[in-house]
Design a protein around this ligand. Structure first.
Ligand SMILES: Cc1ncc(COP(=O)(O)O)c(C=O)c1O
Length: 428
């Protein structure tokens, strides 16, 4: 066989792998987070100060976020999950209140609802922007619905025109889980500033990481005050409002960020615009090469600026001619780092589907008939879409050479779809 024939032939059929770059260069291209001496220096400074619990760096980080987003209040928390709980608690959810949530997300978007005594009502995800499907949201609203959790999944803003309109008509509080969406914009406005409150996770993989941390943001004074009372008792005494009377106890939790994490987060946020621009440019470049091959790469519609916490693409089987398993398998043979669906769907998880749910959720005091029955065979659109996504690296520092090698892997594999499909599925 000629040289060209073996390079053009998919590796799974005996050709040469498309990704030939030296593994050390690939590791550099995909390394995240990017940590330099700057982080080492700011952390060392805090260690030397001895102020390892309460340190002004937390307030400095909050100020950075207020400026970045143009929002009235920011509260640094020990992680995104605690910030989400604080925001939902500040919505004053009561036992039995219903909260509309997506199933296709990380558990922390949903589980804090239970800790508020409220009931998550799962809703379909639409397949264009991967957010809550507004048509299904309308169907799931009942007189008990009090709030809606919108997740800008993977950094793609949800369909906010319709979702905000629905929330307004039904008088629902809107929480935005913006954990994946630092810098994403909807009609020029930052995601995270569109509803009543939002949280940005600062966990290690995120776009502006701290290791552990979360930023709750809101324009609402009452929500901000409540969230501080819940998890930041040391901030209550200086308050000039009647909430000051809670200074002795707070509302019972402790959500303070570690000063070391806050210091790292400040450095990361400073570099975010330039690092994110590079990641966006790389993924836009690759997306434009993959779209014509039969992949949906979730390019942003007009008026929307998306970011990429992770890079997920959807296999359109009728166009690629391959099942997602076959595609993943053949791409791995090309040397691509690619894996199947990332998050397990939440409505299928035992914490909801088993009888133990009532105990875990502490909802036993509510009439059983008033609670939803969580069944894994519901939300068919979400299940279908979730099974068709594959995750590639986010290529934060890659150059065109690596991106071209990935594009060429897809081209080769999809070009030989008939032959690869005839081999059967990897597990069959
Ligand atoms: C969508 C989403 N929401 C919330 C969180 C929770 O954030 P944290 O890990 O900072 O608690 C994450 C984190 O991975 C997430 O991906």
């Amino acid at each position: 066989m000629s040289n060209t024939a073996t390079t053009d032939r998919p590796a799974i059929l005996g050709g040469r792998p498309a990704v030939t770059m030296d593994p050390a260069r690939i590791a550099d291209a995909n390394r995240w987070p990017i940590i330099t001496d700057e982080e080492v220096d700011v952390v060392t400074e805090i260690l030397r100060s001895g102020e390892l619990s309460i340190h002004p760096v937390a307030q400095a980080l909050e100020s950075d976020y207020r400026e970045f987003l143009g929002v009235k209040h920011a509260l640094a928390c020990c992680n995104g999950t605690s910030g989400i709980f604080a925001a939902l608690h500040a919505f004053n959810l009561q036992p039995g209140d219903e909260v509309i949530v997506p199933s296709a997300t990380y558990w922390a978007s949903v589980m804090p609802v239970l800790w508020c005594g409220a009931v998550p009502v799962f809703c379909e995800t639409e397949s264009e922007q991967l957010g809550l499907d507004p048509d299904d949201v309308e169907k799931k609203i009942t007189p008990k619905t009090k709030a809606i959790v919108i997740v800008h999944l993977w950094g793609m803003p949800s369909k906010m025109d319709r979702l905000l309109d629905i929330a307004k008509r039904h008088n629902l509080k809107v929480f935005e889980d913006a954990s994946h969406a630092h810098g994403a914009k909807w009609r020029g406005r930052h995601c995270g500033t569109l509803g009543d409150a939002a949280v940005f996770s600062l966990q290690t993989n995120k776009l502006a990481p701290a290791g552990e941390g979360g930023i709750l943001v809101t324009n609402d004074d009452a929500i901000f005050e409540h969230a501080q009372c819940l998890g930041h008792f040391e901030r209550i005494l200086p308050m000039k409002t009647p909430a000051r009377r809670f200074a002795g106890t707070g509302f019972g939790l402790k959500h303070r960020i570690s000063p070391m994490s806050a210091a790292i987060a400040r450095v990361q946020l400073k570099h975010f615009p330039q690092r994110n621009a590079r990641r966006n440019e790389n993924l836009n470049y690759l997306s434009r090469r993959l779209e014509p091959l039969g992949l949906n790469t979730f390019l942003a519609p007009d008026g929307i600026d998306r970011v990429y916490f992770l890079y997920l693409v959807q296999n359109i089987e009728s166009r690629t001619g391959l099942t997602t398993d076959q595609l993943v398998n053949a791409l791995q043979a090309e040397g691509c780092e690619v894996v199947g669906p990332r998050y397990p769907l939440l409505h299928q998880q035992p914490v909801f589907t088993e009888d133990k749910f009532i105990e875990i959720a502490r909802l036993g005091h509510l009439p059983r008939a008033s609670l939803p029955t969580y069944r894994p065979d519901t939300l068919p659109k979400t299940v279908r879409a979730n099974n068709a996504v594959l995750q590639l690296p986010s290529f934060p520092s890659a150059d065109r050479e690596l991106l071209d090698q990935y594009a060429s892997a897809f081209r080769k594999v999809i070009g030989a779809a008939g032959e690869i499909a005839a081999m059967g599925s990897p597990s069959s």
